[in-house]
Design a protein around this ligand. Structure first.
Ligand SMILES: Cc1cc2nc3c(=O)[nH]c(=O)nc-3n(C[C@H](O)[C@H](O)[C@H](O)COP(=O)(O)OP(=O)(O)OC[C@H]3O[C@@H](n4cnc5c(N)ncnc54)[C@H](O)[C@@H]3O)c2cc1C
Length: 477
């Protein structure tokens, strides 16, 4: 007889963290993950909804890859972690990465029914996803995904970020032969050169990339399309091309003094700190020395700003954040602000830089700022920051890091005549099938949306692979 599931009303299991004193001294991951007992208990909090809202994606909430969250959590309840990981990989080749870096608080967990039924605490979906991936990796199982018979078709993928690698994974599973061309000497895109090891252990990233390579995907690093090889050459040599080059070029603020010594774009700063390699393709200032033991101001309010702050703190700097909006209107994960405050960063909300001040030697000595207030803006749908009169003040500092978004990086596709680009300089594609206006050329990830999340880039790569597969099998464009 089938027993009715008993609804368990208790608090969410908290994921243990390294203490702030220790984590400030190390680039090791500071979030430690669920152990087996806590994970099982957390999985048992899930009531396995028949129509789970967490797997739907509606613009800005739910799971962008439509992951079968209820199905894999049920497998944790049954102690079947292999089946849980298999279900996860049907939709996403990077569960261990997404369990760590997705903003679950505004995606899957924001729709969990327990937030309405229980005491407001969603199931810890991110922590559980990470637990499944880590358990399989650490068990030493020789994981091999199933793939279809070879089709004889060849696809070139430009860029080895989450969009490119996801496209490569799903295409390889369908039996196509895939070569990924990556400009940098390493794979992973922002997952490796942008996100600090303190949030994403490289062993985890390397392992999930190695599972994609096990399917036969060839990755050629150190090859810049548009410089070492042309996209038109790839179009001749391959049956289809997927462009997943991101939008990783570091942007400046456009205020006086931003060319002084000690002002960095976030991308230069993070690349130098994460991989000790600053690419001229992505960063305007390649020849930089990292600030250590200084006073650093980071400007911005998203993932990139948070990552610059984690890194700056670990380099021994007194670290400030300046952001023109408020904490709850920022796009970083909300718990990250708590973690950063615990590490001692000083947060200046509703503050906008207007000038970087230098001394007679041209080195940074301060950041002139004004206070802001938010006023309703019906047209934009989001309150607009405006300056508060007579609120100018100076934050003394030795370095400024500009984490205000990234710009386009068109090197790979500049030679593709007639390629359609939108008014934000992103590649235009037909939304659901990721076709550009040039036959056989597809695109996805940040190069299309101008900058979103790892999981959205993965979805683009996956959905583009469906469309490429259809094109390769039918010849229909
Ligand atoms: C610092 C930072 C932190 C972030 N943190 C998070 C986070 O915590 N969680 C989250 O969900 N999202 C985060 N994001 C956003 C997320 O990383 C991006 O949305 C995602 O990486 C986009 O994937 P992509 O594959 O489109 O591009 P990318 O990750 O940018 O990868 C593009 C790849 O293409 C390569 N390439 C570029 N031009 C060429 C060329 N001409 N020839 C060959 N190769 C080329 C690049 O070298 C790169 O490896 C962060 C972004 C940044 C910048």
């Amino acid at each position: 007889m089938e027993t009715k599931k008993v609804y368990r009303r208790h608090d969410r299991n908290q994921i243990p963290l390294l203490s702030p004193e220790i984590r400030k001294t190390t680039f090791k991951e500071y979030i430690l993950g669920y152990g087996h007992t806590a994970a099982k208990d957390e999985a048992n909090r899930c009531i396995l909804c028949k129509k789970p809202p967490c797997r739907e994606h509606n613009g800005s909430y739910g799971c962008p890859v439509y992951g079968d969250i209820n199905l894999w959590i049920e497998q944790i309840q049954k102690n079947n972690l292999i089946e849980a990981y298999r279900i996860l990989r049907e939709k996403n080749p990077f569960p261990s990465v997404c369990g760590r870096v997705c903003p679950q608080d505004r995606l899957c967990e924001s729709t969990c029914v327990l937030t309405f039924k229980d005491n407001g605490q969603a199931v810890g979906i991110g922590g559980l996803e990470r637990f499944v991936g880590d358990s399989i990796r650490m068990s030493g199982i020789d994981w091999i995904d199933p793939k279809e018979r070879p089709t004889g078709k060849r696809v070139a993928v430009i860029g080895s970020g989450p969009a490119g690698l996801s496209a490569a994974y799903f295409l390889a599973k369908k039996g196509h032969s895939v070569v990924v061309f990556e400009s940098l000497p390493f794979t992973g895109g922002v997952m490796r050169y942008g996100i600090p090891r303190a949030r994403l252990d490289r062993e985890v990233l390397d392992w999930e990339i190695s599972l994609i390579q096990k399917l036969g995907v060839e990755i050629r690093t150190g090859i810049t399309v548009g410089k070492d090889i042309s996209i038109n050459h790839l179009r001749r040599e391959f049956d289809a091309v997927f462009i997943g080059v991101g939008s990783g070029r570091g942007k400046k603020m456009g205020v006086p003094g931003e060319d002084l010594k000690g002002v960095y774009t976030a991308i230069s700063f993070l690349m130098k700190a994460n991989v000790d390699f600053v690419s001229p393709m992505l960063a305007p200032d390649v020849d930089i020395e990292l600030p250590r033991g200084k006073r650093v101001v980071v400007v911005g309010g998203g993932f990139t700003a948070a990552d610059c702050m984690y890194t700056s703190v670990r380099l021994g700097n007194e670290t400030h954040l300046v952001y023109r909006r408020t904490r709850d209107t920022s796009s970083a994960r909300q718990d990250e602000w708590d973690h950063l405050e615990e590490e001692g960063v000083i947060l200046h909300w509703l503050t906008q830089p207007v000038e970087v001040i230098g001394d007679e030697k041209g080195s940074v000595v301060g950041l002139r700022c004004v206070k802001m207030e938010l006023i309703p803006d019906q047209k934009a749908g989001r309150p607009k920051p405006v300056k508060v009169p007579n609120s100018e003040h100076i934050i003394e500092c030795d370095a400024v890091i500009m984490a205000i978004g990234q710009g386009d990086n068109p090197l790979a596709y500049k030679d593709l005549e007639g390629l359609s680009i939108d008014k934000w300089n992103n590649l235009s594609t037909v939304d659901t099938n990721f076709k550009t206006n040039i036959e056989g050329v597809f695109a996805g990830g940040d190069v299309v949306n101008g900058g979103d999340t790892v999981v959205v880039a993965i979805r683009h790569g996956r959905d583009a692979s469906e469309s490429i597969d259809h094109y390769l099998k039918t010849g229909e464009w």
